[in-house]
Design a protein around this ligand. Structure first.
Ligand code: AMP
Ligand code: MG
Length: 487
């Protein structure tokens, strides 16, 4: 066995000690592979045949060159300031350079306590690990920036939550794990030196295009605002609700990170909330853009001393940048929803057309995914399925007429319109009841449901006629009303 088959380079561990704690994963009793993501391993240049994944992805052994650390960060949780959070159940094994030349973090999640664990056990149980595996890989396949899942391992140990569960560990891959909360950690300590080192690190790692700008830190802020505006617009386009949009779960690179109580909507409801701990609906579907803007304002306030020594000037520059968020987001959102309706050109009435459909969908409680997907049938004058989703036929007929008129302005043939519709409106999403089914069966030792769901979601935009039953919303007795953090 070649122990050097993963070549680590640990740039974060070369930062000053105050950025992290050195900590090794705690070995587990009896690690077993649940799933290895061979496609991702190839992309990362990891030769799985040359390593013993059970040993390394459980944290029972370390690969040569790995310098495990838990990262320090702080954050606003549900709007409340928490001065110290940090990786309490995750350890960054190191970074590798993937086959595209990009630096990627390799992190174990659920691998035992760290100095940031507070009262937690540093572990995870099987359910949340399978959820994160399925959801994060589905997001990747839907074209949404996201952390990835390289492996899921069962530990052979028990984890105690509301009852006893089997333990598991996920290998998470990210372009980086730096969060808004990482900046807040140094800002709150008024550690200007730490802040500058972090900002320079992030610019060097992710935003090289800012290096030579007149004000690189202002450029950094603008770049992150852009990435986050794009990310949240993509979530809105597929009916994804993150569930815990705390500042520590907002990535500086702009990836979806921290798959806790997140969920996809079945029937469209703009106020939809799944998370059991989100009592006030702070992170409801429709609030997500505004919450991301709020998190970005927190980020901006951390950067103030770097943006300009003159505080007033810094505030004005940062404020202007944050104020750009809404128009950026709106333009991304509009483009996505235009495409969802099969439209490429811009027309001043498009926004109204989109909102009219969303209103009808909300009143009729139609399935978000199926309704948009069925638009491609309308293109081919096969109206029945789409119309059946709506109770008031007059209103939907009226909308269809308007939409057909608008489509005719595109000047395109039906085939290319329906191709566009099918390329942006997924046929398959990780529906909550399917994930529940995966977890229930896995607890019984049957991973075939997990395998099948991953397989279907590998091609979310394809019809895959043999898996039609995975398209369906839940029956009344299958509806999942709440999701849990799983910590
Ligand atoms: P999250 O809700 O996953 O964003 O986690 C919030 C904070 O709680 C982070 O600092 C986590 O590392 C920490 N945390 C969550 N679950 C555990 C656990 N089981 N043990 C220790 N720390 C945890
Ligand atoms: Mg988190």
């Amino acid at each position: 066995m070649n122990l050097n088959s993963i070549t680590f380079d640990n740039s974060y561990a070369r930062l000053p000690k105050k950025f992290y704690a050195n900590v090794n994963p705690t070995p587990v009793k009896n690690p077993n592979i649940i799933k290895l993501n061979t496609q991702l391993a190839d992309n990362l240049g990891i030769k799985l045949n040359n390593i013993d994944p059970e040993k390394f992805f459980s944290g029972n052994s370390l690969l040569e060159g790995s310098q495990p650390i838990a990262m320090a960060y702080a954050g606003h949780q549900f709007g409340h300031w928490v001065p110290q959070l940090g990786d309490g159940r995750a350890v960054l094994l190191g970074e590798i350079i993937d086959t595209n030349g990009c630096r990627r973090d390799i992190q174990l999640k659920g691998c035992g306590p760290t100095p940031f664990s507070r009262m937690g056990d540093g572990r995870a149980w099987l359910g949340p690990i399978l959820r994160e595996y399925v959801l994060s890989e589905a997001m990747e396949n839907m074209g949404v920036p996201t952390t990835r899942a390289l492996s899921a391992i069962s530990t052979g140990e028990s984890v105690y939550r509301e009852k006893e569960f089997p333990g598991a560990i996920l290998t998470r891959v990210a372009f980086s794990h730096v969060r808004v909360g990482t900046f807040q950690y140094f800002s709150a300590r008024q550690d200007l030196e730490g802040l500058k080192i972090l900002a320079d690190y992030v610019i060097n790692r992710h935003y090289q295009n800012c290096v030579n700008d007149k004000n690189p830190y202002l450029s950094l802020l603008k770049e992150v605002i852009k990435r986050q505006a794009l990310l949240v617009s993509k979530w809105m386009g597929i009916g994804f609700i993150h569930g815990v949009l705390n500042t520590d779960n907002t990535s500086i690179y702009g990836e979806t990170i921290d798959y806790g109580p997140c969920a996809f909507m079945d029937e469209y409801s703009s106020n939809k909330v799944f998370s059991s701990i989100d009592q006030t609906g702070r992170y409801a579907y429709k609030n997500q853009p505004e919450i991301i803007r709020w998190n970005l304002a927190c980020f901006a306030s951390c950067l103030l001393p770097l943006i300009d020594k003159d505080e007033k000037k810094a505030i004005s520059l940062a404020q202007n940048a944050v104020d750009e968020f809404s128009s950026l987001y709106n333009s991304y959102w509009l483009k996505i929803f235009r495409n969802k309706l099969g439209l490429m050109k811009e027309n001043e009435n498009d926004e109204k057309l989109i909102h009219n459909l969303l209103n009808l969908m909300e009143i009729n409680k139609t399935d978000f995914t199926l309704t948009f997907r069925a638009l491609s049938n309308l293109v081919n004058n096969n109206d029945v399925q789409f119309k059946n989703y709506f109770l008031n036929q007059n209103k939907i007929n009226d909308w269809i007429d308007k939409w057909r008129n608008r489509i005719s302005l595109e000047g395109k043939d039906n085939k290319s319109i329906s191709k566009l519709i099918n390329s942006i409106n997924p046929s398959y999403i990780p529906r909550n009841h399917r994930i529940e089914e995966v977890i229930v069966e896995a607890l019984e030792g049957d991973y075939s449901y997990f395998e099948m769901l991953n397989k279907v979601l590998n091609k979310p935009y394809d019809d895959q006629n043999e898996y039609k039953n995975f398209q369906s919303p839940p029956d009344a007795n299958q509806i999942v009303t709440q999701t849990f953090c799983g910590t």
